[in-house]
Design a binder for this molecule. Structure first.
Ligand SMILES: Cc1ncc(COP(=O)(O)O)c(C=O)c1O
Length: 424
């Protein structure tokens, strides 16, 4: 049975509509190539409007920003408006709270280098054991500055982070808690607002890795009340570029990393040493174009980006739940398979990133067999190495991961399960 008990939030807008997959798939040129892409948590396909904006930028305004001649002004306007659009998409209060960079890993490292000069010996940070290393390593490195690092480990039976455990770990010296919105192995959505409230009660900050969440649901940094939030656009239908949101007052207070003549009030430039990649930043506007295109293809009345996107992501959540259920039912029916994560498909609980292991089988033996059917999946620790080690899964090569997004279809899931069936 479909677990629909908690779906009310996702149904308030477009309750009787389903995602038009023909339209959606027509917006991703690479999907015409015959491959089924089930490695989307590694990187999604690129939406056509992103490709169009990138091409247009390179063909018509590929000059240095900041000069007075017309193409330079056009380039500056394109980079700025794409940045403002990202700020709107994540619901930041100010566009200057949005820092662009080459990757989430790089942006969180830059933030940690600033915090290293801001925190004092004896201060404490808390990391989880289920994040991607991008949101663990930089904080562990603060130990070199005399900061105490503690680990919040998930419950090994439920595969969930328990907030009572965080409560136990926090003290009056806790300054930062780093946590994933969704683990790229487990797929479970963590209750970030609840965690943020607990963290703020102790006077600390929360830094959230949203990489595995943002492709599936609309990010809302104000609703979540997060202090820092980062994610990567190459998993959200865009290019290899990433964003770090930081609350304005914190970003002003934390030392930056740019040249000496950028003063500490120059946001976001103080966190963008070397500047940003112009063409990739400009192309980000195509993500909003794509979402608005999906909205109008579904007769969504709202034209404003965030309200239109909210409705689009509601349709996405419904479709993803159907995909999740189909795959989880199959995996759950196989006695030799253990799903590493929550078995409930409901859109409130999880995104369609599924990891599993098979008794007596090395995880590495599965993907090459599936490749033969022109279906792309993969295995390993996915840079969440501490989680794979703690769960005792390293020796079997980590997990097999199937990570779906909204352009995947039930037919593709059927093809995958048919290919997996003889192997398990
Ligand atoms: C959950 C998660 N966080 C962080 C990252 C790192 O992102 P980037 O490659 O942009 O550094 C990844 C990449 O796979 C990820 O899956």
């Amino acid at each position: 049975m479909l677990d629909t008990g908690r779906l009310s939030f996702y149904h308030i807008f477009v309750s009787d509509m389903t995602l038009d997959l023909q339209y959606v798939r027509s917006q991703f040129p690479s999907l015409a190539g015959g491959w089924t892409f089930f490695d989307n948590a590694g990187g999604s396909q690129t939406a056509r409007p992103v490709i169009d904006r990138l091409t247009d930028y390179l063909c018509t305004s590929n000059v240095q920003l900041g000069a007075t001649y017309a193409p330079s002004l056009t380039a500056g306007e394109r980079v700025l408006s794409a940045t403002e659009q990202v700020a709107t998409l994540v619901n930041a209060e100010y566009a200057s709270e949005v820092v662009m960079g080459s990757s989430t890993t790089m942006l969180l490292r830059i933030l940690s280098l600033g915090l290293a000069r801001y925190l004092a010996p004896g201060d404490e940070v808390i990391v989880t054991n289920c994040d991607h290393e991008a949101n663990i390593g930089p904080w562990i490195a603060l130990a070199d500055r005399g900061v105490t690092v503690k680990t919040w480990s998930l419950n090994r039976e439920s595969y969930r982070l328990q907030t009572e455990e965080l409560q136990r770990l926090m003290t009056d010296r806790t300054r930062l808690v780093a946590v994933p919105h969704v683990s790229n192995i487990l797929g479970t959505i963590n209750p970030i607002r609840e965690i943020a409230d607990m963290v703020h009660e102790r006077g600390a900050w929360i830094c959230v890795d949203g990489v595995a969440f943002a492709p599936h649901r609309l990010v809302d940094v104000r609703e979540l009340d997060v202090d820092f939030y980062a994610y990567s656009f190459y998993k959200v239908y865009g290019p290899h570029q990433a964003v770090l949101y930081g609350k304005r007052e914190h970003m002003l207070a934390i030392p930056g990393w740019n040249h000496f003549f950028f003063d500490e009030s120059s946001l976001p430039a103080k966190f963008q040493p070397g500047g940003v990649n112009y063409e990739l930043t400009a192309s980000l506007g195509g993500i909003g174009d794509y979402l608005q295109g999906v909205a109008s293809a579904h007769q969504v009345q709202e034209t404003e980006l965030r309200s239109a996107s909210r409705q689009v992501f509601s349709l996405i959540a419904d479709h993803e739940q159907t995909l999740s259920k189909q795959l989880l039912d199959f995996l759950d029916s196989k006695p030799k398979v253990r799903v590493i994560g929550d078995l409930r498909p409901a859109a409130d609980f999880r995104v369609p990133t599924m990891s599993f292991v098979i008794d007596g089988t090395h995880s590495g033996s599965i993907p090459p067999e599936i490749d033969k059917q022109r279906i792309g999946i993969r295995y390993g620790h996915f840079y969440a190495k501490r989680l794979i080690d703690d769960l005792g899964l390293a020796e079997r090569g980590g997990v097999v991961r199937v990570s779906m997004v909204h352009y995947n279809t039930l037919e593709e899931v059927d093809r995958l399960t048919a290919a997996l069936d003889p192997l398990i």
